[in-house]
Ligand binder design. Structure first.
Ligand code: AMP
Length: 195
């Protein structure tokens, strides 16, 4: 049985992490972030070294182990009663990140919606990323050139994934708005998808 899934997409600085954390608290929705799964790997897990190596270069971890990690987490959540495949919806955040990952997951996921948190105002996004860089000491976001490059990479990465799922289930949400207004728009889409 394929798992009912909504994908949470968003460019860096779009507020994906903020929204994901809130949405995961809604009964019937399970939020899984591949970035969080990687960051939470135990020291004894061999995949941890691979993650540190790739993430340190700002690159994606190879597809097979990434998909394996997410599948394992989903299986555990089902076994623990955390996710009920008959009735619940999976909110995937940060995965699939490219076309190959989307294709690898096609046998498992029934993707009913793709939420694309999109910052239409590049200056706002740059401002947010620079503020976060100072707050969290993230060197990757401190420099303007690096930020613009990350935004470009994101655009190139996500376009084929969005095309794979099709425009009819894609929803663009203006994330230049305040978090509350972004949340309102996201909830409107989720409610529509439930009907
Ligand atoms: P994130 O928090 O989603 O930005 O992810 C942090 C890092 O984890 C990325 O820069 C990648 O190295 C790795 N990562 C997270 N999700 C994926 C994915 N779907 N495919 C490959 N690498 C990923």
């Amino acid at each position: 049985m394929k798992l009912r899934t909504t994908l949470l997409f968003g460019s860096p600085g779009a507020g994906k992490g903020t929204q994901g954390a809130i949405l995961g608290n809604i009964p019937g929705y399970l939020h899984i972030s591949s970035g969080d799964l990687f960051r939470n790997l135990g020291a004894q897990n061999p995949l941890r070294e691979t993650f540190i190596e790739y993430a340190g270069r700002g690159e994606l971890v190879p597809d097979e182990p990434t998909i394996g990690l997410v599948r394992e987490d989903i299986d555990n959540r089902i076994r623990n009663g955390n996710f009920e495949p008959e009735t619940d919806t999976l909110l995937l955040d940060g995965i699939p990140r490219n076309l190959a990952q989307a294709q690898l997951l096609d046998d498992t996921l029934n993707v009913v919606g793709v939420l694309n948190l999109f910052c239409t105002d590049i200056d706002i996004m740059v401002e947010r990323l620079q503020a976060r860089a100072l707050r969290e000491n993230r060197l990757d976001d401190a420099n303007l050139e690096t930020i613009l490059n990350r935004l470009e990479v994101h655009k190139a990465e996500t376009r084929p994934v969005l095309d794979h799922y099709g425009d009819d289930i894609s929803y663009t949400i203006d994330s230049t708005q305040s978090p509350v207004r972004v949340l309102r728009d996201v909830l409107e889409v989720l409610a529509k998808l439930e009907m």
